[in-house]
Write a protein that binds this ligand. Structure first.
Ligand code: ADP
Length: 435
């Protein structure tokens, strides 16, 4: 018990004792005690009233000057009040700093609720997405950003990468939008990537133009080198160098052609066309062409497990199939085998090329579709590959909504499988459910 309480109790008992003694002399003990208790109660009420009045006006009035328990209570209230004021000031200061920080951020930030409704956004998000304070609060973000790519991105739910969209139809401002989930809410990060998109498009134009410009002189050089290499009148000493020149010119032609094809794929936006492709016929031809090569594995089999056709761009699908088959042949020794397979199931159509060739170590697999990525650059010089084949395959597959799966073990062989979505498959019988 605090000293103030002990003192208050002692004082009350003392006053009561005095009241009893005085009452005894007056011959009115009860009355005197009641009168003293009534006075004590009245004093308590006055103190309570002063405290209550001060609590209501504590902003402008200083605390009442009370002693004892009441003084302790006032001091306690003052302490709690000061602590609350301190925390409030800190929170307000933190909030102001947060606001200053978010408005200084070059990126836009939108805080979204569980239904993707806008709860808050910073100045840059307002500027980039043309959001209006108050009016747009509570609106669903997908109702305000009405871009098909963004709708697809939101529906897909894979937010590991941002999606780049045009800010509006009439502007060339490009925005990278990325959703970041936290708890049950989400943040939408908005970044102006117009400069990067412009640079990327300049790079693509440069590569496309440079490749086109290189093609004609290369054709002339290749023509002369071919003529000289086949000319029996040329000195024997020149045969070796001419053969090497022919090989290297062929490599250069493959690189230039690859770059032109990649540029074309990159510059054609949207989904691939809808030609009805006779996959069986196309693969039979590719197999026959492969068998006609000077060097190829002894066994090249083709299994057409389905006569389903594919809806897509014929040259692009041919390029996908031919590139994968040509790689399998290039990286498989003559005693090995290559199995080409076309089948459909409930998930769609699947084209696979399995070989018993050199295989690929695990760490290289994720990078194979990068341009000019080669597992063994010195081997590439002899096989004459452009290093662009798989990059072309990946791009062309993306345009068909398809994906590439690579399984491989070093020294055992590799299997490259293309998965085409069911919407692109035209089968005589409906696709059976998988499994
Ligand atoms: P390249 O023209 O060099 O073949 P690609 O883009 O087609 O270029 O392939 C990239 C790299 O992937 C190749 O250099 C090779 O190392 C590896 N690769 C592709 N296909 C196979 C395969 N069937 N077996 C082993 N390695 C392969």
């Amino acid at each position: 018990m605090s000293p103030a309480w002990s003192f208050a109790i002692a004082r009350l008992l003392g006053v009561l004792a005095v009241a009893v003694v005085v009452g005894f002399f007056l011959g009115q003990v009860e009355l005197t005690v009641v009168a003293v208790l009534a006075g004590y109660l009245a004093l308590t009420f006055v103190r309570l009233y002063r405290i209550e009045r001060w609590l209501r006006r504590r902003r402008t009035e200083s605390p009442p000057d009370l002693q004892g328990v009441w003084g302790d209570i006032v001091a306690l209230i003052m302490r709690i009040y000061r602590r609350k004021q301190f925390h409030k000031r800190r929170i307000v200061q933190l909030f102001r700093e947060f606001r200053r920080m978010t408005s200084a951020m070059p990126d836009g930030v939108v805080v979204l609720g569980t239904d993707r409704e806008i709860l808050w956004f910073n100045r840059n998000a307002g500027r980039l997405l043309r959001l209006r304070r108050k009016v747009d609060f509570g609106q669903r973000i997908d109702n305000l950003i009405r871009h098909p790519d963004f709708a697809r991105y939101v529906a897909l739910g894979d937010n590991s990468m941002p999606v780049v969209v045009r800010a509006s139809l009439d502007s060339d401002v490009h925005l990278a939008l990325q959703m970041v989930a936290y708890g049950s809410q989400q943040l939408l990060l908005v970044r102006d990537v117009t400069r990067q998109v412009r640079l990327e498009s300049m790079r693509k134009d440069f590569v496309a133009n440079a490749s086109h410009e290189l093609r004609s002189p290369l054709t002339v050089i290749t023509g002369y080198v071919d003529t000289l290499a086949d000319d029996p009148g040329v000195d024997l000493m020149w045969r070796g160098p001419l053969e090497e020149m022919r090989r290297q010119a062929e490599r250069m032609r493959a690189v230039v052609d690859g770059l032109i094809e990649l540029s074309r794929l990159e510059s054609t936006s949207g989904e691939a066309g809808q030609d009805l492709i006779d996959v069986g016929g196309m693969l039979t031809l590719i197999r026959r062409e492969s068998l006609a090569l000077d060097r190829h594995p002894a066994d090249i089999t083709l299994t057409l497990a389905s006569d389903a056709k594919l809806l897509g761009s014929e040259p692009e699908v041919h390029s996908i199939f031919a590139n994968l088959v040509s790689n399998a042949i290039k990286y498989t020794p003559p005693e090995g085998r290559v199995d080409i397979r076309w089948q459909v199931d409930g998930d769609g159509a699947h084209f696979s090329v399995a070989d018993t060739g050199v295989g690929i170590a695990k760490e290289h697999i994720p990078r194979l579709t990068e341009r000019f990525y080669r597992v063994d650059p010195s081997r590439a010089r002899t096989t004459g590959g452009s290093g662009l084949g798989l990059a072309i395959v990946k791009h062309a597959l993306q345009r068909h909504g398809a994906s590439l799966a690579i399984e491989s073990a070093e020294g055992v062989g590799s299997t490259f499988t293309c998965h085409f979505p069911a919407q692109r498959v035209v089968a005589r019988t409906p696709l059976a459910a998988n499994g």
